[in-house]
Design a protein around this ligand. Structure first.
Ligand code: F6P
Length: 297
């Protein structure tokens, strides 16, 4: 089944329009990565002024989302102030997650949260979220509060279409992988102890350094991703509104749990657009265990 047909049957109209705009734009982003990242600067076919790939991605998504008439505002990691528009949905996005990984060809991603209230607001006001991964395949994984579903981009002639790859994705019962951001020497002690115990339990470390790339494998294999509280960075690194709340929303739909070490990430109420928090996301039993350990200190 194609994405547009799926959305017609399963999504509120506004979210369907926003998702289709994102899907179309993600192909543009993917096509432009070698050029806008400067890797093929000399052969840029359009001949236009080079923009960094993250600024380019931001501009493409802002234009596409505001043109749907369904976004009321679009806030982005790349902009100090949201772009205002006339629709009803507040969109928060990280237009190109992991952009520092371009040269090494690690997966990159784009993350979107659809909120029913003006931003910044709590993850409890999410009505949907999705992420795109640009890896060995371009995939789009979404949830509108009724399960998690995944699509893959396939070329059909001159067009790219998104075909349904999986419905009602759930984190596997048996966790297999973990990935923890930052340097081990900077993690707060309970995180280090927990990681040692994961090794003893036979989980394998898998870390690519792009949040959605790392989360995506946790969703497929079971386990945990964390960008933890660091000794010298108590509020972690990842942004609540743009990154961790949207992924936590989707992760709960897949049967998982996301915590900042004290409480559900969805209960955080950021007062600033780019507020960060520690993030522990993945299989519910593991995240709850780590949350308990962090609380105990
Ligand atoms: O927020 C940007 C980001 O690249 C995330 O995608 C990723 O999880 C994190 O930074 C990696 O940070 P570090 O290199 O400190 O592990």
């Amino acid at each position: 089944m194609k994405l547009d047909e799926f959305l017609r049957l399963n999504a509120p109209e506004e979210l369907a329009a926003l998702t289709l705009a994102i899907a179309k734009s993600s192909v543009t982003i993917w096509d432009n990565i070698p050029f806008k990242s400067g890797l093929l600067a000399d052969v840029n076919p359009s001949g236009e002024t080079q923009k960094a790939i993250d600024v380019f991605s931001n501009d493409v998504f802002v234009e596409a989302l505001t043109s749907t008439g369904c976004a009321g505002e679009v806030a982005s990691e790349e902009m100090a102030e949201p772009a205002e528009a006339k629709g009803g949905v507040s969109v928060a996005m990280d237009p190109l997650d992991g952009s520092s990984n371009v040269e090494t060809n690690n997966p990159l991603g784009s993350i979107f949260g659809f909120y029913s209230k003006k931003l910044p607001t709590s993850g409890r006001n999410l009505i949907g979220s999705l992420y795109v991964t640009y890896g060995s395949m371009v995939t789009l994984t979404l949830s509108f509060g009724k399960g998690v579903h995944r699509f893959v981009a396939v070329r059909e002639g001159a067009d790219m279409n998104f075909e349904l790859l999986g419905v009602n994705l759930k984190l596997p019962q048996k966790p297999e992988v973990y990935g923890i951001g930052g340097s081990a020497k900077d993690w707060i002690p309970p995180v280090g102890r927990f990681v040692d115990s994961l090794e003893e339990r036979g989980l394998r470390v898998r870390y690519c350094g792009t949040f959605v790339g790392d989360y995506n494998q946790v969703l497929s294999r079971g386990g945990i991703f964390a960008y933890p509280q660091l000794v010298n960075k108590p509020r972690g690194k990842l942004r609540v509104l743009y990154e961790t709340a949207p992924i936590s929303f989707l992760n709960e739909q897949a049967g998982g749990y996301g915590s900042d070490g004290r409480q559900n990430i969805l209960d955080l109420a950021p007062s600033e657009l780019s507020e960060t928090s520690p993030a522990y996301i993945g299989s519910a039993p593991l995240v709850r265990e780590l949350e308990k350990a962090v609380l105990a200190g």
